[in-house]
Design a binder for this molecule. Structure first.
Ligand SMILES: Cc1ncc(COP(=O)(O)O)c(C=O)c1O
Length: 368
């Protein structure tokens, strides 16, 4: 039995009738870009996440880019983010002519903290960009306190944590702006690229709306240099069918994580994921740490046994050729890159597969 690291097809099978009806309805409607399907999905996401505005864009990357631009980030500014994330989190800062500054991570959760963010701030810092890595966020109350004290905007990279809660609220609705991705493997995954910006601020929402549409404030009136970055109506219609199920799928992910935790609890040299007390973990990835230089051997053994697994992330962003010149020092992120391994995780993967993966990990470590 091959076990992929992720399998999107069971979600499609579970909702096939509704999805196909939504797709044919959209095809027949003739409204393919923005329009009523996108607006209905935006309203549903705003309600789901508990914020006033949701603005659909064509990817999570563009959600970050447009959110930062709406917050006024531009040439000469600095934005503090994590070095332990997908490249897009920092790339968007550079695309705006600003400079990323890297805050080291907490080794237990892989997230930046208010303390590490503050240590990376300077007089040029304009915004904080915490990344809710693998499905949980840093303590957003502490991050927001720091931002208030220093007069900074907070843009949450929520690409990996759709629906996760902190207290009564959801990630992406806690900072000034939240940036979400609907890339197919994400907790709310589409059938192609897609993204969303969320905010409670009417002014920022208006900026995001005009930036996704060529800086157009109204017809024939362009006030900023913007983008063509609109959420496809087809993606919106399909994602709208999936949205009511995402909490249930996140609960399934948590149950799978709990089973992995039990099966891997006593494996020497391996640490299971740590859930911080300040919030929820929705397990976009189930990522273990394997110490003593044995991670790559375990990865190779799993792959040889037909089990998909991935190293997210093999290289911290401050060691990427594009960012080496910044000379950041983030030892916890560097060490995480040597030790992390993400195991198969998807909502319908079932207990039998979890047992098999856990057993294969155990055997690989026992083999030395
Ligand atoms: C943390 C993080 N930020 C940003 C992105 C970019 O999202 P997208 O692929 O939708 O552009 C991703 C996803 O791939 C991600 O994992």
């Amino acid at each position: 039995m091959q076990i992929p690291i992720y399998n999107p097809k069971p979600q499609y099978e579970a909702l096939r009738g509704e999805l196909e009806q939504a797709a044919t309805g959209l095809l027949a409607s003739g409204a393919y870009v923005l329009g009523p399907h996108v607006e209905a999905f935006e309203d549903a996401v705003a309600e789901h996440l508990g914020c006033r505005h949701a603005i659909g864009v064509n990817s999570g990357t563009d959600a970050l880019l447009i959110a930062l631009a709406a917050a006024g980030v531009g040439p000469g500014d600095e934005v503090v983010t994590s070095p332990f994330t997908f490249y897009a989190s920092a790339e968007v800062i550079s695309l705006l002519g600003a400079t990323p500054r890297f805050a080291d991570i907490d080794p237990d959760t892989f997230n930046v903290t208010a303390e590490t963010l503050e240590a990376a701030c300077s007089g040029r810092t304009k915004a904080l960009l915490p990344v809710h890595i693998f499905g949980q966020g840093p303590d957003m109350a502490a991050v927001n306190d720091l931002a208030r004290r220093r007069g900074l905007h907070v843009v949450e990279d929520t690409a990996q944590a759709f629906g996760a809660r902190q207290g009564e609220r959801r990630l992406g609705a806690l900072g000034d702006l939240g940036a979400h991705s609907f890339y197919p493997t994400k907790n709310l995954g589409g059938f192609g690229d897609g993204g969303m910006i969320t905010t409670d601020d009417d002014g920022l929402a208006a900026q995001c709306r005009l930036l996704r549409l060529h800086g157009q404030e109204r017809r024939d009136h362009h006030t900023r240099i913007g983008h063509n970055s609109r959420l496809d109506a087809l993606q919106a219609a399909l994602l709208h069918v999936k949205l009511p199920h995402v909490d249930g799928w996140n609960d399934r992910r948590k149950a799978i994580a709990a089973l992995y935790d039990r099966r891997l609890a006593d494996v020497p040299g391996l640490a299971t994921p740590h859930v911080a007390p300040h919030g929820d973990h929705v397990y976009h990835q189930y990522t273990v740490r394997i110490a003593d230089g044995r991670r790559d051997a375990v990865r190779d053994a799993l792959q040889a046994a037909g089990i998909g697994c991935m190293v997210y992330y093999a290289v911290p962003l401050h060691h990427q050729p594009a960012y080496r010149h910044l000379q950041a020092c983030c030892p916890a992120a560097e060490r995480a890159c040597q030790e992390v391994l993400s195991l198969p995780m998807w909502p319908y993967m079932g207990e039998e597969r979890v047992e098999r993966v856990a057993e294969a990990v155990r055997q690989a470590l026992a083999a030395g």
